[in-house]
Design a protein. Structure first.
Lengths: 803, 156
């Protein structure tokens, strides 16, 4: 296992003339930069009607009556329905991850019939000729509610005195993991610190709002949806509605970002099917942003209690994590599993003797939470990386020094962590050394000291995050052992066309990731056909019938490997046919990308294109050989993927206003072998931006009645270009040993790494004022207040050492 | 209903519209220019940005009747035989991922360079503040606008 720099890897790729490492601009841009797009909301079918939903204004209430008759009489309105109209057929929205045997999974009707449990829950709908008429008719629906008390704080929701979200109570599950002798570690270690952190609730905010179009003809459904998961959705829609699976076709056309928010089976998708069937007309629903902020699943939302036991030299002995995780009102597709992905990530890159993890999933009267970029891993990485900084401070060590004392060294891979994962490869030393160099770590520390000494009103902070993560979801048997409802494989097909061109069918479902380009590069490299001669098909269950879709940074490490495997099968099949064509023994043939030739006689050979044409004609194939080169492959990974990296952030904090400015940000990521560096850098940039956004800007805020206050983009602060810095990125390349391409996931890495780097930098600047934490997002007001509170209480913050 | 005459991407249209009809809905649903997407309902995101008489506007914040007698350029009308240099620059710099913000971002950037043909990176960032992107972290968008500026792009 060797490690190279990104520049060395790219130079080697160029020298070898391979596609791997070539920064090709993307194929998919051709339609995206010209407006020739097929977003779901762009679709218009003959006779199509528009749905608008009537949504609960209460966080918690009993529905006493719903009267849609006035709406039915309005111009252009074709129909109006309440939950009672769907009661017999709508089923319950699925939760595919019952994490414990005794988990409470409440019924979740797509349209509420008796009780509403969050603001925005659908209680009725109108269907009209156009979207304006539908929107007008919403106000004519009369719904009577009997308000019930909201449940908003997971820290008190488990008290006996708390109102109940569901009859069964507010606890959904408790999940525990323990390894090693934790009592001994905490008994013997001379240093124990405890920290409590808040992971605020976030709104994923893909730029394309959700939309769904559905037609039902002769009992056969076609459903277009802005979804990340057309294949999973098809199975789930069949299970929820009872419509036979073969009669459902799901199409994810151009999809404008997801970040986990479109990894869902939504009420609106189910209801669109039922309404299309009831009315015999195609229907469309497109959410407004305000509707979406209330009703697209949210992310994060945890309270973390973290205890660490260490020796005075910084060696970590034990780690104990206790989480409260806000499920929201219901369990959606993978709601309870999200915090558990963090269970395996708190130990991060560090060695220790003992670890315990406990997570309690709690119901509240808020929008359910579910996967949002990183899903459980950003939360865990924040917790451990903040805690490592606290430990360093407690011991008077540099934050990088305490990490180095504990991290798995390059020579120790493969390494099985205290959480039971086996990391295949990595080089934390190399990534950290490169990041320090690019950052000018030592110079910045000197400047920081000088500013402190001079009492500069603008103080400098340096934040560190040496992260890893587990992605490439996932080995099916591991998912099974965690009670997840499906496997983690991926499927691909390669079709050799008679003219030598290639169609690649993938079960991955891109929504911005660039699979059409990257998959073409993989195939071009393996089959030796020109990049331009390859077309990648995806996102339609009729075209790409088998897949597990795109999330969890899985597409390249699972789906890409499936593409590669399918190519290898094409080559194997082609070998037999080539042998017949050139009248040689297959055993004597040698493959170089694009061509079989006789070993030792390179003139005597045939190209893959010639083989494809001969196979199409099938006039003279060897006996018993089928006239097809087409191949498919389903790849189930043996292990997760473990990208890692070192992110360093320098913040300048105006101590008079609390304003935080990121002065420089360096990210050195190791995502293994890189197929397309342009795409990889783009993923890292976007990921870092979302992590910074959690640290500084974003929070979903509910008021004391359970109303969402951040319903618009004016209230929920997504960073603009002016709010974000330039990112300095580089790579080290340590190939994965668990897949044939050596690739690791990259989609979530930046988001996982960056949040603690930023907050650590803020605390690093403010520690001198007695500040130990600033709750996220670290707004100017919060930073300013923390400075005032710290100064008031002297240099020993309340959140200090336990022992 | 009010009768309006609007030139969209070089073609004259005459339509009767409700006074409350938003320009973006007129473009998408009456004219069929679905290349202009909608990302929010509070004029924050800028996805629906088009050029009205050469100046960028958020078409969700303009009524169709306000476009009467005006000339609109959408992303679909920007290319002139070959891609506009800003489209080329976005492609070359990988300044888009999902592409949903891209039409608005490109048109806002064209207007930015019309205003300031040689912006600094900070001026690019400030100039595009009204257009949100969730995928790219903006870095490659800034690079693309810089590349287009270096190629000497001004608004058409």
């Amino acid at each position: 296992m060797t490690t190279t720099t990104g520049a060395e890897a790219q130079a080697a790729a160029e020298k070898a003339g391979t596609e791997f490492g070539t920064p090709r601009p993307r194929k998919e841009d051709a339609r995206l930069v010209t407006g020739q797009t097929t977003w779901t909301d762009n679709l218009t079918l003959p006779g199509m009607l528009h749905i608008a939903f009537v949504r609960s204004p209460f966080a918690h209430a009993r529905i006493t009556s719903v009267d849609v008759s006035a709406a039915r009489g309005m111009p252009g309105v074709i129909a109006a329905f309440s939950g009672a109209d769907f009661a017999d057929e709508q089923g319950s929205l699925p939760c595919a991850w019952p994490v414990t045997p005794d988990i409470v999974i409440p019924a979740h009707p797509p349209m509420a019939t008796e009780e509403v449990r969050y603001v925005g829950e659908a209680v009725a709908c109108v269907v009209a000729r156009d979207r304006y008429a539908a929107a007008d008719a919403v106000s004519a629906v009369d719904v009577e509610y009997e308000p019930l008390p909201p449940v908003l704080d997971i820290r008190t929701a488990l008290d006996d005195s708390s109102p109940k979200v569901h009859e069964a109570g507010n606890k959904s599950f408790e999940w525990v993991f323990q390894n090693g002798d934790l009592d001994a570690a905490f008994r013997e270690a001379p240093v124990v610190i405890e920290r409590n952190y808040r992971q605020q609730r976030l709104i994923p905010s893909a730029m394309e709002p959700r939309a769904v179009v559905c037609s039902c003809v002769g009992g056969e459904f076609t459903l277009w949806s802005a979804t990340q998961i057309p294949h999973v959705l098809r199975v789930m829609l069949a299970l929820v509605t009872g419509v036979p699976e073969q009669n459902i076709r799901v199409i994810a056309p151009d999809v404008g970002g997801g970040f986990g928010s479109k990894l869902q089976v939504t009420a609106e998708e189910v209801l669109a099917m039922l309404i299309a069937r009831k009315l015999g007309r195609p229907v469309k629903w497109t959410e407004s942003r305000s509707e979406g902020n209330m009703t697209v699943h949210h992310g994060r939302d945890q309270w973390q209690r973290i205890r660490v036991a260490a020796e005075r030299d910084g060696r970590v002995r034990g780690l104990s994590v206790d989480l409260l995780a806000d499920m929201g009102a219901y369990l959606m597709l993978v709601t309870p599993g999200v915090p558990l992905l963090g269970a395996f990530m708190f130990p991060a890159i560090y060695k220790m003797d003992a670890y315990s993890f406990r997570c309690t999933g709690v119901f509240t009267t808020k929008m359910p939470t579910d996967a949002y970029r990183g899903a459980g891993r950003p939360e865990a990485t924040f917790g451990i990386e903040r805690t490592m900084d606290e430990l360093a401070n407690e011991l008077g060590m540099d934050p990088l020094e305490v990490r180095q004392r504990n991290w798995i060294t390059h020579g120790e891979f493969p390494y099985t962590t205290i959480a039971g994962l086996t990391y295949d490869s990595g080089n934390y030393e190399a990534a950290t050394a490169r990041a320090k160099e690019l950052f000018g770590y030592d110079q910045l520390r000197q400047e920081q000291a000088a500013r402190r000494a001079s009492g500069d009103p603008v103080q400098l902070g340096i934040g560190v995050s040496t992260f890893t993560e587990m992605c490439g979801l996932a080995p099916s048997r591991v998912l099974g052992s965690l009670a997840y409802g499906a496997g983690g494989w991926e499927n691909a097909s390669v079709r050799m066309l008679p003219t030598g061109k290639v169609e690649v069918v993938t079960g991955s479902s891109a929504h911005g990731q660039g699979h059409e380009t990257a998959w073409s590069q993989i195939v071009a490299d393996r089959l030796g056909v020109p990049f331009e001669d390859i077309r990648v098909l995806h996102g339609d269950t009729q075209v790409s019938p088998k897949g597990m879709d795109t999330y969890g940074s899985r597409s390249l490490t699972v789906g890409g490997v499936a593409v590669l495997s399918a190519c290898d099968k094409v080559i194997e099949k082609g070998k037999v046919i080539a042998a017949g064509m050139i009248e040689a023994s297959a055993n004597d043939l040698e493959w170089s990308p694009g061509r079989f030739a006789v070993r030792g006689d390179p003139e005597k050979g045939v190209t893959i294109g010639e083989i494809a044409l001969a196979t199409f004609a099938a006039h003279n194939l060897p006996d018993g050989v089928e006239p097809s080169l087409d191949s498919d492959a389903t790849y189930d990974p043996d292990n997760f993927s473990f990208p890692h990296g070192t992110h360093l952030c320098a913040t300048e904090i105006d101590t008079e206003t609390g304003m935080v400015t990121i002065r420089s940000y360096v990210a050195v990521d190791d995502v293994g072998t890189v197929v397309n560096p342009l795409i990889v850098d783009g993923q890292v940039h976007g990921g870092i931006a979302q992590g910074i956004a959690q640290a500084l800007y974003e929070e979903a805020v509910y008021d004391e009645d359970g109303n969402l206050l951040t319903t618009t983009m004016a209230d929920y602060l997504l960073p603009s270009a002016a709010d974000l810095p330039h990112f300095t990125t580089d790579r080290t390349v340590t190939a994965a040993t668990t897949n044939p391409m050596g690739v690791k996931g990259v989609g979530e890495a930046g988001t996982i790494a960056s949040t603690p780097a930023v907050v650590n930098a803020i605390i690093d600047a403010l520690r001198q004022f007695g500040v130990r934490d600033v709750p996220m997002p670290c707004t100017p007001e919060r930073v300013w207040r923390a400075i005032q509170a710290g100064r008031d209480s002297g240099t020993q913050a309340q959140n200090g050492a336990v022992r | 209903m009010t009768r309006i005459t609007v030139n969209v991407d070089g073609v004259a249209y005459e339509d009767d519209v409700e006074p409350r009809l938003l320009l973006v809905h007129y473009l998408r649903e009456t004219v069929g220019k679905t290349g202009t997407p909608i990302g929010c309902d509070t004029s924050n995101c800028g996805a629906c940005t088009v050029l009205m008489d050469g100046t960028s506007v958020k078409s969700c914040a303009v009524l169709a009747v306000q476009a009467d007698g005006r000339s609109i350029t959408t992303i679909e009308g920007l290319a002139n035989g070959e891609w506009h240099p800003m489209q080329q620059a976005f492609h070359a710099e990988h300044a888009l991922q999902c592409g949903y913000c891209t039409p608005g971002m490109i048109l806002a950037a064209v207007d930015l360079l019309r205003d300031n043909p040689h912006p600094t990176d900070q001026e690019i960032r400030d100039g595009l503040e009204g257009n949100l992107c969730r995928c790219t972290g903006y870095q490659n968008i800034v690079s693309a606008v810089r590349r287009a500026a270096e190629a000497g792009v001004t608004a058409q």
